[in-house]
Design a protein around this ligand. Sequence first.
Ligand SMILES: Cc1cc2nc3c(=O)[nH]c(=O)nc-3n(C[C@H](O)[C@H](O)[C@H](O)COP(=O)(O)OP(=O)(O)OC[C@H]3O[C@@H](n4cnc5c(N)ncnc54)[C@H](O)[C@@H]3O)c2cc1C
Length: 364
Amino acid sequence: MTTLAVIGAGPAGLTLARVLQRLDAPYDVVVLDRDHGPDDRPQGGTLDMHAGSGQTALERAGLLDAFHAVARPEGQDVRLLAHTGETLISHVAGPEEVAPEIDRGDLRALLLDALRPGTVRWGTKFDRIDGTDLVLDDGSRLAADVVVGADGAWSRVRPLLSPARPEYSGVVFVEFRLTDVDTRRPDLAALVGRGSMSAPYANRSLIAQRNARGVVRGYAALRRPADTPDLDDRDVLLGYFADYADELTDLVRAADEGFVVRPITALPVGHRWEPVPGMTLVGDAAHLMSPFSGMGANLAMLDGSDLALALAEHGPAGITAYEELMFPRSEAAARGAAAGIADAIAPDAPAHSLRHLSQMLQEA
Ligand SMILES: Cc1cc2nc3c(=O)[nH]c(=O)nc-3n(C[C@H](O)[C@H](O)[C@H](O)COP(=O)(O)OP(=O)(O)OC[C@H]3O[C@@H](n4cnc5c(N)ncnc54)[C@H](O)[C@@H]3O)c2cc1C
């Protein structure tokens, strides 16, 4: 039996583990995560699962029906608003929409529930490799034949393969949440609708997405230096949106306590590395890109499932086949994501979003 250590229980690592176990491949799979449990920290917003990537991975994991049972096809409704509150585009999703939404926490639960008991070791933070041993931050060791870095943006495994580091995109997101929105603020529930809304204007945007269980998740996006102070202060944040209509900035006023500042970073477009036997990366660890691709979690899961298929078919040598598949597709998506963030949070916003969305809806 080959011991496969997966560092990180995000969408990439969990999909890899699940597909390998489902194939009954001869690997003893252990997933390590620094979180102390699946609900250790808020899992963030909603993800749309695309046909051909996230949904392909879910099918390989045997979880496509379970996904559709909890997913929200109506989450594909899109509203584009001017900073004055005027509606520019309002698209209501039809039955042909192909990328239903799921809350990130629900997706994690779906994947976790499908794993053999004990596969994930919570509260174990990978620190470094010493010979064939993984060294955890409490000093304990774990011998592994194959190591997969599924440990996200600031991967500790990546430096063993590549010197690349994420770079700041110039855009910072401030994340917030509104709970019980339907009863507490029906006006804001109506503003966001069943899916998502955005109001890009002059190097900023207000973005809000409907999540499950009466929650709306919002992001105030600003093109500002990464170290701009006090963006997690409601009043300071509102000051940056003073020229927006109150009906939009009420999203920020009505938000729960607890604003989270997330500078948006990305790896260089086309990031790749020379093959290293018995070691590779999946998901954000391999190709962190701005969320404007809408593909990060989708690609992470496709990576996980492709690597599982390659390892099952070719043994650890299958890593090379996986990397050859993953490098070009993630390069294309990363190029799109870089253009997406440059165009959406731009001085002439919402010009590009208006053109892009109109064209997309025409083609659909
Ligand atoms: C604001 C925002 C919105 C987004 N929206 C979308 C969207 O709509 N659609 C989409 O497809 N993608 C979206 N993304 C991107 C998506 O969130 C990521 O691409 C995806 O989560 C990557 O999955 P992953 O498994 O590679 O990494 P992660 O989800 O980051 O998981 C990594 C895991 O590794 C663990 N870990 C880290 N370091 C260690 C360590 N040293 N030891 C042990 N464990 C460790 C972490 O605790 C974590 O559980 C969005 C991202 C952001 C920031």
